[in-house]
Design a protein around this ligand. Structure first.
Ligand code: ADP
Ligand code: MG
Length: 713
């Protein structure tokens, strides 16, 4: 131990502390062996050299080859963090940013948040000593609002660029500008240096302080190294976008994977997944199983079903343990998927798309792929965005099956017939082509990009989608008649890490007329998480009865506020218990009331963060007390874009676009069907359903959003 400590004395204190534990040495050695065996390890020197000689570099490498975890460490060790600069690595998904940062901190032998840290929306685990920072692409965009030159960073790595999220696409455009601007400043400075005469030197002396500050400025804006990493083979599009930038490929390892299809279309892919899990478990050799599901709700329901079905297996058979991973999973639980299954257990990982390329989980030999993904889609003509479950692309199906062959040969079970595969799209359409752009446009405006249509997008969104979003921002009051950012409203909206419609709701709620910011903060936090209520199929009636205790006859938003308050009240009553007992009693309360405790916890975290945000903005945080009328009026004033009127046959007509929609069965207003409602979410299954609805008065809409309804007429 002594020798190891000496040879690594440059490392952080926590490392040497950790080393005193008897198993730490073995663990470090194992980690180091694992790192050395990764495909990327053999090309470390070459990669570092490529980064030194090219300001923009595109790296393509198979998933699991070590790009995300290793490259930042290589660059750190090669001295890219001089002058206290950071290496920033962006990820499209928050779980990836968090779990990868934890892994890298472990590999470096440091405490998370010191040398290696992460920042995602609503959570920042970094400090002044952080040098390798993992974050979401959206977060780096937000940082650019405060620091347009991203001067903290010497290197920015845009990871998982093939995912083509809106944030990644916009970030690429922005980084291109930042890189140009930073190299211009440096070049100008060098030109002045080269042409210096004695006179200039004299001048410099006189203006000593000025030239010093200029130098400092330049240090802040040394050229930005930009690295774009992607799992798919198509580097061309990125290379072309960056003026023929150099692209390098890293050879990966891939073992053969046998693909199996179903004979017929399956009716219920959750049920089929469950059957497949147990078939593999009973008939196949050891090895873990990875199941791709579309979201938290599905994952939690399959997790419950696995547990139940296990009880029916004979005592003697090998055991099975199901572990979930999805984006809002509390951080303490995220790392569980990476831990090897206990002896005598087979692990089945229930994952969202996160496991497709963003994180690599060791030990997987079987993949079950129902062939679906949840995606946001947007219809610019109607101005409505919805979250739908849609078929994946061929490229995604290939990525998914590849996950079975990372360490040895494996099997992939596609829960659809082979001819269905042939019908899939080749690749996924970039998100910017199919989403609501208002949030991103608002951010571009703050960054000073006024001509959004002229912005250098890697893939241009349609003109009509841009115009529709500009219109929306205008009716929300974020833009002026001249399409400029309004002050203070537009600026305030942009500074909140929320959808523009939610930001506006918070601002309106602080107005004296409504005075219900407390209630609106709760509402926005609760709407930002998936499924507060859980209603397992086998206990549907019990769940519905439990929900009635919280239900407000006025709608779902008020019901959510009731749940939040009831929970807080209960929590306070039990605050004399020890921390452990307290948490246990809270979990029990949630279980008894059919509330999803993970979601509620997440909502509470979000609440505390956005409360901090609005306090910083000096908005007046007050409660409307027991009188919910001002709150409902405020909901009407905020969500007027999503208002709907009842039609004779019990369906609703959305006022903004005439679309026919229905109230979702999970809504407390499902049976009641009031005349006029506002809603937050549209989901399309066999019908177009709206969720999170509240009863409002039709006349309020005209009174509170006169500009919009006048325009409509
Ligand atoms: P890439 O970015 O090229 O897809 P990564 O750098 O994410 O690859 O992963 C490299 C290797 O590190 C993989 O083999 C993976 O199994 C392992 N790995 C990554 N994160 C963890 C973790 N949290 N726990 C255990 N192994 C991990
Ligand atoms: Mg990666």
């Amino acid at each position: 131990h002594g020798r190891l400590n000496n040879s690594t004395s440059g490392l952080k204190r926590s490392f040497s502390d950790e080393n005193r534990k008897p198993d730490a040495f073995g663990k470090r050695q194992k980690l180091s062996q694992h790192r050395k065996a990764l495909p990327i390890a053999s090309v470390e020197k070459r990669l570092v050299e490529e980064v030194r000689t090219h300001d923009t570099l595109i790296i393509v490498g198979e998933t699991g080859s070590g790009k995300t975890t290793q490259l930042p460490q290589f660059l750190y060790n090669a001295g890219f963090c001089g002058y206290g600069k950071l290496i920033g690595v962006t990820q499209p998904r928050r779980v990836a940013a968090m779990t990868v940062a934890k892994r890298v901190a472990e590999e470096c032998g440091v405490t998370l948040g010191e040398k290696v840290g992460y920042a995602v929306r609503f959570e920042d685990v970094t400090s002044s000593s952080t040098r390798i920072k993992y974050m979401t692409d959206g977060l780096l965009l937000r940082e650019a609002l405060l620091d347009p030159y991203l001067s903290k960073y010497s290197v920015v790595i845009v990871d998982e660029a093939h995912e083509r999220t809106v944030q990644t696409d916009v970030l690429l455009g922005l980084l291109k500008n930042v890189q140009n601007a930073r190299s211009k400043v440096v070049n100008n400075h060098q030109d002045t240096k080269n042409t210096k005469t004695n006179n200039d030197m004299q001048l410099d002396k006189e203006n000593g302080s000025q030239s010093l500050s200029f130098l400092k400025q330049c240090q802040g804006r040394n050229p930005l190294k930009l690295i774009i990493m992607s799992a798919s083979l198509d580097a061309r599009i990125f290379s072309e976008y960056f003026g023929g930038a150099r692209a390098v490929h890293i050879q990966g390892r891939q073992f053969p994977v046998d693909i199996y299809y179903t004979h017929h279309n399956v009716q219920d892919y959750l049920d089929a997944s469950l059957t497949a899990v147990f078939q593999i478990h009973i008939e196949e050799d050891p090895g873990d199983i990875l199941v791709f599901l579309t979201g938290q709700e599905e994952i939690e329901s399959v997790q419950r079903l696995v547990k139940e079905r296990l009880k029916q297996l004979p005592e003697t058979s090998q055991k099975l343990v199901a572990v979930p991973i999805f984006s809002s999973l509390p951080s303490e639980q995220q790392m569980q998927v990476f831990a090897p299954a206990p002896d005598g257990f087979r692990k089945v990982i229930l994952a969202t798309n996160i496991a497709e390329t963003s994180v690599t989980i060791p030990g997987i030999k079987y993949v079950i792929d129902p062939g679906f993904v949840k995606a946001r889609t947007y219809d610019p003509n109607k101005g409505l965005s919805s979250l739908n479950v849609i078929p994946i692309s061929k490229a995604q199906a290939l990525q998914r099956s590849g996950r079975a062959g990372r360490e040895r040969s494996g099997k992939c079970f596609r829960l659809y017939p082979e001819n269905q595969f042939e019908k899939l799209e080749d690749s996924t359409k970039p998100e910017i082509k199919r989403c609501d752009l208002s949030s991103i446009i608002l951010q571009l405006k703050v960054l000073g990009v006024d001509d959004v249509i002229g912005f250098d997008f890697i893939d241009k969104p349609s003109r009509s989608a841009i115009v529709k979003s500009l219109e929306q921002l205008y009716v929300l009051g974020a833009l002026t008649d001249e399409c400029k950012l309004s002050d203070p409203v537009g600026r305030q909206m942009a500074s909140l890490p929320l959808d523009p419609i939610f930001s506006k709701a918070l601002i309106r709620a602080s107005e004296t007329e409504f005075n219900c910011l407390e209630e609106m903060l709760i509402t926005v936090a609760m709407l930002s998480v998936e499924s507060i209520f859980f209603a397992p199929r086998e206990k549907l009636n019990e769940a519905r009865t439990a929900m009635k205790c919280f239900a407000s006859p006025d709608g779902d938003h008020l019901t959510l506020v009731n749940v939040y308050r009831a929970f807080n009240e209960f929590s306070e009553k039990r605050s004399d218990l020890s921390k452990e007992k307290h948490e246990k009693s809270l979990r029990k309360w949630c279980k008894d009331n059919f509330i999803n405790s993970r979601s509620l916890k997440h909502a509470r975290d979000i609440h505390s963060q956005i409360r901090g945000n609005v306090e910083q903005m000096d908005l007046h945080v007050a409660s409307c007390g027991d009188d919910m009328l001002p709150f409902r009026r405020c909901l009407a004033a905020s969500f007027f874009l999503n208002a709907a009127l009842k039609q004779p046959e019990g369906t609703y007509r959305a006022l903004a676009n005439g679309q026919v929609v229905r109230i979702h069965p999970s809504s407390v207003l499902f049976h009641e069907k009031p005349e006029c409602i506002v809603f937050n979410e549209l989901v399309e299954t066999n019908h177009k359903y709206i969720r999170n609805t509240t009863r409002v008065d039709y006349l309020w809409l005209h009174e509170l959003a006169p500009h919009f309804y006048a325009m409509q007429n």
